[in-house]
Design a protein around this ligand. Sequence first.
Ligand SMILES: C[N+](C)(C)CCCC[C@H](N)C(=O)O
Ligand SMILES: O=C(O)CCC(=O)C(=O)O
Ligand SMILES: [Fe+2]
Length: 417
Amino acid sequence: MWHQRLVGLLRLCGSSSPALLQLPGGTRPVLTAATRCHHTVPESLKCAWQLHHDHLELRYANTLMRLDFVWLRDHCRSASCYNAKTNQRSLDTASVDLAIKPKAVRVDENTLFLTWPDGHVTRYGLEWLVKNSYEGQKQQVMHPRILWNAEIYRQAQVPSVDCRRFLETDAGLKEFLQNFLLYGIAFVENVAPTKEDTEIVAERISLIRETIYGRMWYFTSDFSRGDTAYTKLALDRHTDTTYFQEPCGIQVFHCLKHEGTGGRTLLVDGFYAAEQVLQCAPDQFELLTKVPVKHEYVENVGDCHNHMIGIGPVLNVYPWNNELYLIRYNNYDRAVINTVPYDAVHRWYAAHRTLTTELRRPENELWVKLKPGKALFIDNWRVLHGREAFTGYRQLCGCYLTRDDVLNTARLLGLQA
Ligand SMILES: C[N+](C)(C)CCCC[C@H](N)C(=O)O
Ligand SMILES: O=C(O)CCC(=O)C(=O)O
Ligand SMILES: [Fe+2]
């Protein structure tokens, strides 16, 4: 039996026929007299619900939600179940009977009331349910993004933020972070060309992620470390620290000096390329999300001895909505593949080739020459970087940042992250 409730009634009916409520799974809508009378109320403001033997079905704001009874008990926001000061659950979920069922259900203007067998009452704001239910959540992406190739990025004319505005105003910081979240890259201009000033800029948005390369690193082509980055050679597009179980979230580059030729930085939006694969070869996209591959960093140069291993698929997607959130792509650091049998290996190579072809399309390449004063922030989970071979003395400084803390800063400024 469906129950309906019209919410937020301001006007009574005029004319014309009643708006029918579309119900799922062949359920027939039950139109009450009240419904008919209030048909001018927007569809989105109506609430209808139906109690099933193991869940509550609720329609509100164009969202049909199926809410499990244990879920409904578990998320109770009453004072005894939830501490609103700390935003933490106090209810012991394990004490909830898995066969629990509400003994009474009621809905008013904007609230759902559930009375449980022990008399406890749980209230849910209907808006809260839309925002927090699986069905409500599924309709929106976790992170709004603009996927780009070189043309799209140039056309967008994304501004760099001035260092002082970035450091001294929330508006400057917010603008920077908004661009960073949308495009996966962002620039700060007029930074004093020192390691110390670069550190101050980096710390404005996050905590520095110290690694085997140090906290703030600083490098030239002196091969002080056993890695191609520390040479003058070209580096094809890649993401860094693929050999960490969780690759570093953000990479900061600031070129402090270059007396010579070449050395331009290459940037490629990995999510744009992956999207092309998803469109043209969905099976290959899926394979790249499923097959775990190992990346490894083995170093034995001078006093540096390291052996790092990270295992994970090239494309990482959220299992509940298939949204891509991390690309792990570094052909230099990819280790022996021994996690899949031979036929799957071959299909994986084909899928990897398709992705590589997309990543290498010249129209997807954004080339920039990093100059002293211009700090570049790269989302290392999304945008690949590389560099052109160079001559002469070139000094680059930078650091990695923890991703959670960048997103934390963004959320505190009111951005969706
Ligand atoms: C950035 N910094 C020069 C410190 C380290 C370079 C790390 C290079 C490594 N092959 C990787 O891609 O992770
Ligand atoms: O030298 C560069 O521009 C970048 C080298 C690189 O890929 C890195 O340091 O991660
Ligand atoms: Fe790199």
